[in-house]
Write a protein that binds this ligand. Structure first.
Ligand SMILES: [Zn+2]
Length: 311
């Protein structure tokens, strides 16, 4: 086989504006035949760190050293990426709840269907997510199919939970594809550190599954798997005041610890207090000292420390 890096446009649909929506797909063909690894960045448009991680991974891999093929979609949801929003503004849909999509559906349903066409037949899949515009997160999912990928990725906290219904990962697992979801960074905090972690982690996954030469680095000694991970969403919108930003991620705090308070920016009254529900609670997603929140946002995420076991 001749190694190569090619870029192609996969047509999705034509909008009423006349704009032709396409997905840009990179293919790194290795010098030796082998497995097919698919990478998605930017499934959620407010998580651009994943797109940049994919770009850096593709420039870090030498196709002459690669066994198999890497197929990457750095911007998997272009209209959400443009708007920096989790849901696609054109139809209001969260693409990661409607897989496998519908080739004659709304714009986002058609993008999902096109992404499934790219994923079909893969051996491995990594979906790169992040904490959105205001929150910072640090963990990876660990699924029974692909567990070796998650351990090798190197996060200290791995979550052994079912994927969300309608997620790209849920669909891929149903097809027998070995999967991992990365949740790194966001909120504009420690960008370079999380990009490095994502690229180094992915290179280690590629070594672990035999697509790159060299001995994989062992997982960190403090790596644990948790069975319970909860999103703490405020029921009210306003200003969130927090002492639990990126410096506190990974910390274990006692049940009842106040993580944040939602204040009304209008009357200044305290609308809501967000507290840690587990004994102990491991902080997985945090917010800097002052951020905006809307009802139902990812306020904080905490894992149940009592379920934590060595990976
Ligand atoms: Zn996401």
């Amino acid at each position: 086989m001749t190694s190569a890096h090619t870029i192609e446009e996969i047509p999705v649909t034509t909008l009423a504006s006349g704009h032709r929506l396409a997905l840009t797909v990179h293919t790194l063909t290795g010098a030796q035949e082998g497995p097919r690894m698919v990478l998605f960045g930017g499934i959620h448009g407010d998580e651009p760190l994943g797109s940049e991680t994919v770009r850096r991974v593709l420039s870090a891999v030498d196709p002459a050293e690669l066994t198999g093929t890497i197929v990457a979609v750095p911007v998997a949801n272009p209209y959400a990426h443009q708007a920096l929003t989790r849901n696609t503004p054109l139809d209001g849909v969260n693409i990661n709840r409607i897989f496998p999509g519908n080739a004659s559906g709304s714009v986002t349903e058609q993008v999902a269907a096109a992404l499934c066409g790219i994923l079909a037949g893969a051996d491995h899949f990594i979906d790169f997510h992040s904490g959105g515009n205001f929150a910072t997160v640090e963990y990876a999912y660990i699924h029974d199919a692909g567990a070796e990928m998650s351990r090798a990725y190197g996060c200290s906290l791995l979550y052994h939970g079912a994927p969300y219904g309608g997620s790209a990962t849920g669909w891929a697992l149903d097809q027998g594809i070995r999967c991992m979801v990365s949740e790194l960074g966001g909120g504009g905090q420690r960008i370079d550190e999380y990009l490095t972690k994502g690229v180094d982690g992915t290179m280690n996954v590629l070594r672990t599954v035999g697509m790159l030469p060299g001995e994989p680095t062992p997982p960190p000694a403090d790596q644990v798997v948790v069975e319970t991970l909860t999103v703490l969403s405020p029921a009210t919108g306003g200003v969130m005041l927090s002492d639990f930003g990126v410096d506190r991620i990974g910390e274990r705090v006692p049940e009842g610890t106040v993580l944040g308070r939602v204040l009304s920016p209008y009357t200044f009254e305290e609308l809501e207090v967000i507290t840690a529900p587990f004994e102990p609670s491991i902080l997985v997603l945090g917010r800097e000292s002052m951020t905006n929140v809307a009802p139902g946002d990812y306020g904080f995420m905490v894992a149940d420390g009592a379920t934590a076991k060595p990976a």
